[in-house]
Structures are given as structure tokens and as C-alpha cells.
Design a protein around this ligand. Structure first.
Ligand code: DAH
Length: 341
């Protein structure tokens, strides 16, 4: 019987060392040490032994059992270690492989110019307004003192939605002046940036859609001096303290007097060069003292209140700020262009 136990033990040890997976190892355990296992079966035969033999065999059998259990445990630990190693190998990350570059977007140059301007006017106490791009001709023209025969009312200049020319894509942000006067308490200090539309062919300086920023102040005792002071301050904050400006007389139906503001060319300092088309000056906005008729139509007494307003082209401001030569570049959104700002 001792030889039998030894044989079973040897066979079991061999199978344990061969087991390549935890499942196989369990099967070996069941085969030898289970209730119907080979070693267990042998032990059950011990009843047939003599009383002297029984304890001796019992001891040998127990030792065999213990050594097998020990071997199974050791092998199980080995297998677990190997499995962990394989998993670590599988999931290993090579930190030396170069990463994938994720391109980062940035703010469009036109919006950079707009943000800076907005900040300047907000710091001066102005409120920022937003308004509809689909506008009533009444607000875009009539309430701004542009009569029935005003040239920009023509179908060749303006996008209308209806035959009676009552609803249109706004051609300027100036109707926001009317919307502010109709809805806000006096005194009023607002800027209103947004898109405007005109039937213009796209070229280096024109686009059928572009952006303007409207500005308006109404209070008691407001004069042309306030207009000049505020606009000079804003432009110098934007372009630098030494920026030279000039105001030229002009005509707009909703202001009297009206003017255009020019900035001395940053390239040639006023001598004339390709950037300013030989003029020495670059026009940046239209402005003026609000026409008394416009105030009256909004129910504001021009004998008590007065105001000034301006409208600037935002693409033009960006073109000047970032030295961009062609307006179309601003709308094409070619990443190679946008990346430069
Ligand atoms: N709306 C004018 C335009 O599109 C610009 C303008 C001029 C706006 C004078 C004003 C202003 O508010 O006072 O050409």
C-alpha cells in the first residue's frame, strides 16, 4: 500500500507541475484529493489493514496529502503570477510613442477686434445690445429719417422679403438706435454689434454680409465734443495712445452734423502708401449728432435731450488691427490664415 501511495503521489505531482491553467489545476485536485479522488479512495481501503499497519499507513497517506496540497498551492501561486505578467504585458503603454496632436482653435480675428472694442465701451459704462438681422424697413429707414427716395432703399441695394419692401435684412446696425430709444430709460449709452447685409459684389473691400458696431449716447447736454472725446479715447485704447485721428464732414440722414472718422495710416504715418491707397488716412467709422427728427420720432424732446451715434465696420477694424489686405480672407475661414492671429 505504501508503494501505491507513493505512485499516486508521484503521478499527482507530475500532473500538478504540468497544469497550465487554474482550471486544469482544480481538475487535478479533484482527481486525487476529491471525495472520489484516487488518494481518497486508497484511504478508504485502510479499514482492511491490521491495527499495527493502520497508523503507519495513515501517517504516510496524510503526508502524501499534505505534500500534494502544498504543491497545488505553490503551482496556483505560480499560475496567478504568470497570468498577471501576461496581462501587464498586454496592457503595457509605450510612453515613448509620440502622441496625436489635437489642433487647438482660436478666436477669429474679427471677433478679437470686436471683443476688445466691446471691453473698451463696457469699461466706459455702455450696455451691449443684440438685435434682429431681419428688420422692419420702418426701423432701418423711416425712423432714421431716411425718406422714401433714399438711394439705399432701392431693391438693387437691399435684400427685401416682401413685395411692399417692409421686411428686410438690415443694411446697418443703426435700427438698434431706434430699438434702444423705444425700450430703454434715458439716459442711454449703448453699443450694438452684429451682421448687416447689402447687395454688394464680394471683392477686396466689399461683402454682401459684414459686421458693424453701432454706438449711441443720449443724455442732457450731449454735444459733438463728447462724440470726439469718446471715439478718440476708444480708438487710442485699441490702436495705441499716439494714434492720430481726424473728423471729416459727411452726410447721414439720421445725424446733423455728420462726420466720418479717419485714422492716420499706421504704415506711412500719413505720407501715403499702398495700405492707405495713397491717402495717408484710413476711414474707420461714420458718426454724428443725432438728428432732432430722430429723437422726436422716438418721443424724446430734442429741446431737453441730445445725443451722438456712430457706426463702424468691424471687418475694417480687424483688417487694420491685424494688417489684413483682403476682406475676403476674413470670411473664407482658411485655417492657414486664421492660425496667424
Ligand atoms: N449706419 C451708417 C452706415 O452704415 C454708419 C453710421 C453713420 C452710423 C453715422 C451712425 C452714425 O450711428 O451716426 O454707413
Amino acid at each position: 500500500m505504501k508503494a501505491q501511495i507513493e505512485a499516486i503521489r508521484a503521478a499527482a505531482l507530475e500532473e500538478i507541475s504540468q497544469a497550465g491553467q487554474t482550471g486544469e489545476l482544480d481538475a487535478v485536485r479533484v482527481r486525487y484529493l476529491g471525495r472520489k479522488g484516487r488518494l481518497t479512495a486508497l484511504l478508504k481501503q485502510m479499514g482492511g489493514l491490521s491495527p499495527e499497519e493502520r497508523p503507519v499507513m495513515g501517517q504516510i497517506a496524510n503526508q502524501a496529502r499534505q505534500s500534494l496540497e502544498q504543491a497545488i498551492e505553490t503551482r496556483a501561486a505560480q499560475l496567478a503570477g504568470q497570468a498577471l505578467e501576461r496581462q501587464l504585458e498586454r496592457e503595457a503603454v509605450d510612453v515613448t510613442i509620440p502622441g496625436k496632436k489635437r489642433p487647438v482653435g482660436r478666436r477669429h480675428p474679427m471677433y478679437q477686434a470686436l471683443d476688445e472694442l466691446t471691453d473698451i465701451f463696457v469699461s466706459l459704462g455702455f450696455t451691449v445690445l443684440d438685435g434682429p438681422e431681419i428688420e422692419l424697413a420702418e426701423l432701418n429707414f423711416d425712423r432714421l429719417n431716411a425718406g422714401e427716395d433714399h438711394p439705399s432703399r432701392d431693391w438693387s441695394d437691399t435684400f427685401y422679403f416682401d413685395r411692399d419692401s417692409r421686411v428686410m435684412l438690415r443694411s446697418q446696425t443703426s435700427p438698434m438706435q431706434v430699438r434702444a430709444m423705444d425700450s430703454m430709460e434715458l439716459p442711454i449709452r449703448i453699443v450694438a454689434p452684429g451682421r448687416v447685409y447689402r447687395k454688394d459684389e464680394a471683392d477686396a473691400t466689399h461683402s454682401p454680409m459684414f459686421h458693424q458696431m453701432e454706438g449711441m449716447v443720449i443724455d442732457k447736454g450731449i454735444t459733438m465734443a463728447d462724440l470726439k472725446g469718446t471715439l478718440n479715447l476708444a480708438i487710442r485704447k485699441l490702436y495705441g495712445q499716439r494714434t492720430v485721428t481726424r473728423f471729416r464732414p459727411h452726410h447721414f440722414p439720421f445725424t446733423e452734423p455728420s462726420c466720418e472718422m479717419d485714422v492716420q495710416c499706421h504704415k506711412c504715418g500719413g505720407a501715403g502708401c499702398p495700405t492707405c491707397k495713397g491717402e495717408g488716412w484710413i476711414e474707420v467709422l461714420g458718426a454724428g449728432v443725432i438728428h432732432p427728427r430722430v429723437l422726436e420720432m422716438a418721443g424724446i424732446d430734442p429741446e431737453v435731450y441730445s445725443g451722438w451715434a456712430f457706426g463702424m465696420g468691424l471687418e475694417r477694424m480687424a483688417m487694420r488691427q491685424f494688417k489684413i489686405a483682403d476682406l475676403r480672407l476674413i470670411f473664407e475661414n482658411d485655417v492657414r490664415f486664421l492660425e496667424q492671429f
